[in-house]
Write a protein of this length. Structure first.
Length: 286
């Protein structure tokens, strides 16, 4: 098995998409990323000959997958649950919860020798929305867990760009009362609602809407936003109404620009976490 890849401008794709689809027999995958103009084009090729022909005709590059590529792909879905502090485990399958190691709802229970077991949150793997393993989501989850560790129950949270709903569901596990998840993608809202039902978590307000047009009421204890730098900068002035912010989806190269805008909006930088090329920022109101 081989894979052909190419980064292309939208104009190039417009001129070449039809012959490329024909050559790949409909196997062309087009990936767009927030804040980036160029598109990632990919074709899985059953033969080296097809990969070579695509490269000769359309540019780009081809690479051979390892012989055990199918096993490696399957192993991605056998990963261990993601541990978030001592209070939460996030799993892509519910079998762990069914075995009784941890309870799916309620408060952490005592296990052997009185050790309190973390709660489980089940977020099934999805093609479009994550289970918490991406660096930006994992950092946001851990900042939220650390921030709220000693808080009394009933605090409030709004999550912008909620995706799978993982942050609002985790907030509920951590003791939040009023929570809202907002996304401009109907599919995301549908998946987030399904994940809430799966975990038997209710009283969450999922809203379909654009972050730029969102009008936050005063008094949010936490606003989380795993978006991208340009959008976070655009909406920074409205986010300052929150007591605390947890922001991610930001590259290290964009860190200085975002922190400058946050300070200009009277926010105190409480923590910056870095993992690979990504950062997550937590702020408090001055």
């Amino acid at each position: 098995m081989h894979q052909w890849r190419k980064l292309a401008e939208p104009g190039w794709l417009s001129a070449h998409e039809n012959p490329l689809q024909a050559r790949s027999r409909g196997g062309l995958v087009i990936i767009s990323r927030p804040g980036r103009k160029r598109l990632q084009l990919e074709v899985a090729c059953a033969s080296r000959n097809l990969a070579r022909k695509l490269t000769e005709e359309f540019g780009g590059r081809a690479e051979k997958w390892p012989r055990d590529w199918l096993k490696r792909f399957a192993d991605l879905h056998k990963s261990k649950p993601l541990k978030v502090g001592k209070r939460l485990l996030i799993s892509a399958a519910s079998s762990r919860a069914k075995r009784g190691t941890c309870r799916v709802g309620g408060t952490p229970r005592s296990g052997r020798q009185g050790v309190r077991q973390p709660l489980v949150l089940v977020i099934p793997a999805s093609a479009a929305f994550g289970t918490g393993r991406h660096a930006t989501t994992a950092m946001s989850l851990r900042l939220l867990e650390r921030l709220t560790r000693k808080w009394e129950k009933g605090w409030s949270l709004a999550d912008l760009g909620t995706g799978s709903g993982i942050l609002v569901l985790a907030a509920k596990r951590f003791g939040a009362g009023r929570v809202t998840g907002i996304d401009n993608d109907p599919k995301a809202i549908s998946i987030a609602k399904a994940n809430a039902r799966l975990n038997k978590i209710d009283n969450i307000d999922f809203q379909l809407g654009d972050v730029r047009s969102w009008k936050p009421s005063a008094g949010w204890d936490v606003i989380t936003a795993n978006l991208y730098s340009e959008l976070l900068i655009d909406v920074a002035s409205k986010l300052k109404r929150s007591n605390c912010l947890i922001l991610s989806g930001v590259l290290r190269t964009q860190e200085d620009g975002l922190l400058r805008v946050l300070r200009r909006n009277n926010m105190e930088i409480a923590a910056v976490k870095r993992r690979g090329k990504w950062i997550a920022v937590m702020t408090r109101k001055r």
